[in-house]
Design a protein around this ligand. Structure first.
Ligand code: SP5
Ligand code: ZN
Length: 370
């Protein structure tokens, strides 16, 4: 299988994030993608290829030009405003309660503040989304990785994997958040719809609900969004991801949320996956965009599921068993020592290769995050 990878992600060199106001070591770090790349290279069955540049238009097909401008300008603007922090993080956000009673027309005319941290709030969801000098280039490269993966599949590959970093599925049309800046999977899905005219399904198996992907296609019947995730009653992004979110307008019935409890194990997860896959199978279309996260793993530091490496092989196998082509894009997953083995297992399953687990000796031999 082809693996699309760009070293541009290395410049999005996050060191810290905050959790409930406290500074902690960043979870979404460059080591994640490097672990996956080196493990896939060592497997011998994967070929790493460079992305090709696709420009801004496919991003603007999905995102507000203001968000794109913000991501591109924010770092230099913060520096120009003498904000000397190691990364740009907002603390003030435009919650909808601030605007209660004001019409959408009035709100559309609210000017954008010039303050860099104010802009980070205006275009952002949460404080755990550090923006650094290399973020804009990395986010652009992640989109190119996703779109090159689309190209491979539309050119005839049964499945291809885009090692996107930063991830994308929390980014909405006009909002970054959750370690995400541009929604790689949504941009990929939109590009497929435009290229083929056919319907596309997004299967989101990251531990978190992909609020951004859901929002972007909320009123669209041509992109089916199916997500398995931690129940928002206990987990980020808290305000979306409930089972009664089924889409509106043309998108009515084209959104399926399957929230899952803490401790979800392989068996429970596979049953939920089968439910999601059966809904995809009932919908026309030939391509599935997979938002692939490994924060469902039993040892993930921010998740609370109990999945094993072996079940990722079975998940990949079942996703491929629908007989549709797969554009597989990396989202989250933060237990760094296991990321390579988990990606390898999923992708081998998707390609119809045996699990053939790696020897346990490889596990945790580097600077472990437990
Ligand atoms: C792409 C992706 O997986 N984004 C996830 C963003 C999650 N941000 C909030 C993290 C909350 C961490 N809570 C830590 C609890 C530790 N027990
Ligand atoms: Zn996640």
């Amino acid at each position: 299988m082809r693996v699309v990878y760009s070293p541009a992600h290395l410049a999005h060199d996050t060191v810290t994030e905050t959790v409930m106001g406290a500074v902690i070591p960043a979870n979404e770090v460059p080591e994640r993608a490097e672990r996956i790349r080196t493990t896939l290279e060592a497997d011998g069955g994967f070929t790493v290829v460079d992305p090709t540049e696709h420009g801004r238009d496919p991003i603007l097909a999905v995102h507000d030009p203001g968000l794109v401008r913000f991501v591109e300008e924010a770092w230099n603007e913060a520096r120009a405003q003498s904000i000397g922090r190691p990364n740009l993080i907002a603390d003030t956000y435009p919650t909808f309660r601030m605007f209660e009673g004001m019409s959408p027309e009035f709100l559309a005319r609210r000017p954008e503040t010039r303050h860099a941290a104010g802009r980070a709030g205006w275009w952002g969801l949460d404080t755990a989304n550090p923006l650094l000098a290399g973020t804009a280039a990395a986010a652009r490269a992640a989109v190119d990785v996703a779109l090159t993966t689309v190209d491979l599949v539309l050119d005839g590959e049964r499945a291809a994997y885009g090692l996107c970093r930063p991830p994308g599925h929390h980014a909405a049309r006009s909002m970054a958040g959750g370690y995400c800046f541009f929604n790689n999977a949504a941009i990929a899905a939109e590009a497929i719809v435009r290229a083929t005219g056919a319907r596309v399904a997004i299967l989101d198996v990251d531990y978190h609900h992909g609020n951004g992907s859901q929002q972007i296609f909320w009123r669209r019947g041509d992109v089916l969004y199916v997500s398995l995730h931690a129940d928002p009653i206990r987990q980020y992004p808290f305000f979306l991801g409930w089972p009664d979110e089924t889409g509106e307008g043309d998108g009515s019935g084209a959104n399926l949320n399957i929230p899952l409890p803490a401790g979800t194990d392989d068996e429970t997860y596979l049953a939920a996956l089968d439910r999601g896959l059966s809904v995809i199978a009932e919908t026309p279309g030939d391509v599935i965009v997979v938002s692939l996260g490994f924060d469902t793993y039993g040892h993930d530091p921010i998740g609370d599921f109990a999945l094993t490496t072996a079940v990722y092989h079975e998940c990949g196998r079942r996703a491929a068993a629908l007989g549709r082509r797969l554009v597989i894009l990396q989202e989250g997953g933060y237990h760094r020592p296991s990321l390579g083995a988990n990606a390898r297992a999923w992708l081998r399953g998707a390609e119809g290769r045996s699990y053939d687990p790696l020897p346990a000796a490889g596990f945790g031999e580097f600077g472990s995050n437990r």
